[in-house]
Design a protein around this ligand. Structure first.
Ligand code: NDP
Length: 260
């Protein structure tokens, strides 16, 4: 029997166990994926070893703190400074970030993106700015507070010093809209931004946020963060099993969970 788990606080809301158990079951693997609620991230590796886990995912608020506890990191996790996946390789534990490549898979249907505006300047914004930049996209950041020192490589704006340009893609990575119906910035400003943009993406999933509703009203093609969540899980699953399984098959099995 192989064991997997999600570490975080909270973990009860997460759909990750259902996604991974659906793939384990569908592929006939003798394994189970559970949830482990932690008070503090310093315990993650001890618990990983204690429960003899083969792999794990990490969610808020431990994605950044666990990085110093890994034996090895993949190059994307190292650059971004945040991990969401742990895997046992021999007697070592390696950390990966699959949120960023999962996002790139989710936006692939938009076609070629040359210029993107990211709303927000938290952990997700850092990950997406890095992976977009790596893919040759010109990235700008817009946040309510000044965090320009954390985004040295990008053009950084606050709401008060910003004049919108034109963008292929606008991404909401703020938590505005997650537990309320707020917009990530003033409605007039977002109107101006969308008026010169082709695509909108909200990392919040399974919710028709006001950000997405406004994009719809202005005929900006858009999608929510469900596929990003799906693909980060697909990529993590493949890392757990050293890419042994067909990615399309895992995607199909996990996608079925959303359709239940
Ligand atoms: P952080 O806490 O690191 O960053 C949150 C950002 O949102 C900050 O820049 C903050 O601004 C801004 N913000 C918060 N509230 C508001 C508001 N009311 N108006 C404007 N800006 C606001 O969060 P994360 O980056 O970790 O996560 C952000 C979102 O991404 C969450 O909703 C999370 O659920 C989602 N997510 C989705 C994933 C998926 O697979 N679909 C994967 C990972 C995350 P300031 O800096 O000024 O405080």
């Amino acid at each position: 029997m192989k064991y997997f788990a999600l570490f975080g606080n909270p973990v009860s809301h997460s759909i990750s166990p259902r996604l991974h158990n659906s793939a384990l079951c569908g592929l006939g693997i003798n394994g189970i994926y559970g949830r482990i609620l932690l008070e503090q991230g310093g315990d993650i590796i001890d618990k990983f070893k204690k429960y003899s886990l083969q792999g794990a995912n990490i969610t808020v608020p431990f994605k950044e703190s666990v990085i110093n506890l890994c034996d090895e990191l993949d190059s994307i996790a190292k650059e971004i400074g945040s991990i969401n996946t742990l895997v046992r390789i021999g007697d070592k534990i390696k950390g990966y970030n699959t949120d960023a490549p999962g996002f790139m898979m989710a936006i692939s249907e938009f076609g070629k993106i040359n210029k993107a505006l990211i709303l927000g300047a938290g952990g997700t914004a850092k990950a997406l700015a890095y992976i977009l930049d790596l893919s040759g996209v010109n990235v700008e950041i817009l946040n309510r507070s000044d965090k320009s020192e954390q985004f040295n490589n990008y053009k950084f704006h606050t709401h008060t010093n910003f004049t919108p340009g034109s963008y292929d893609l606008v991404v909401n990575t703020t938590s505005a809209g997650l537990c309320n119906d707020e917009l990530p910035c003033d409605k007039h400003l977002l109107n101006d931004i969308f008026s010169n943009s082709k695509f909108a993406f909200d990392v919040i999933y399974n919710k028709n946020t006001q950000f997405l509703r406004l994009a719809n009203e202005l005929n900006v093609q858009n999608k929510d963060g469900r596929d990003m969540l799906l693909y980060q899980a697909v990529l993590a699953f493949n890392i757990f099993f050293d890419n042994k399984f067909n990615q399309d098959k895992i995607t199909q099995l996990m996608r079925g969970v959303f359709e239940l």
